[in-house]
Design a protein around this ligand. Structure first.
Ligand code: AMP
Ligand code: ZN
Length: 113
């Protein structure tokens, strides 16, 4: 999608602090981190949100899920990490290109306060 911020990061038109990339995904630092470690994982393929996923995306989503613990380990998050996927305006989604937040560290906000 030509006017999508994360597509532009994916194809290099907009710079980002990229920590990992392969043929299917790109992982970069969130520009406004909410924790010591706050990464965003995006598929190179434009998908608006979880609402637009279908069975053709199964291998891609599996790839993304399996990568998360490896990335967390690479970031030194030995005691655990949090993943968040905001879906739709009601879910707090601001950028409509599917992304997984990977967060961790000592400043991880509490989940119930
Ligand atoms: P969401 O609310 O789930 O759509 O999250 C969007 C995230 O994208 C927010 O945490 C923003 O801080 C982050 N963000 C927005 N623009 C950029 C950018 N240019 N580079 C990196 N992260 C960004
Ligand atoms: Zn996009």
């Amino acid at each position: 999608m030509s006017d999508c911020l994360f597509c532009k990061i994916g194809n290099g038109d907009i710079p980002a602090d990229i920590v990992y990339k392969d043929e299917q995904v790109i992982v970069f630092k969130d520009i406004s981190p909410k924790a010591d470690v706050h990464l965003l994982m995006i598929p190179r393929l434009h998908i608006n949100s979880l609402n637009e996923l279908n069975a053709e995306h199964s291998a891609l989503i599996s790839h993304m899920m399996l990568l998360l613990p490896k990335l967390a380990k690479d970031q030194g998050l030995e005691h655990g990490f949090r993943t968040i996927i905001n879906t739709g305006k009601g879910g707090g989604q601001e950028v409509f290109h599917l992304h997984i937040h990977l967060m961790g560290g000592t400043n991880l906000p509490g989940f119930n306060n």
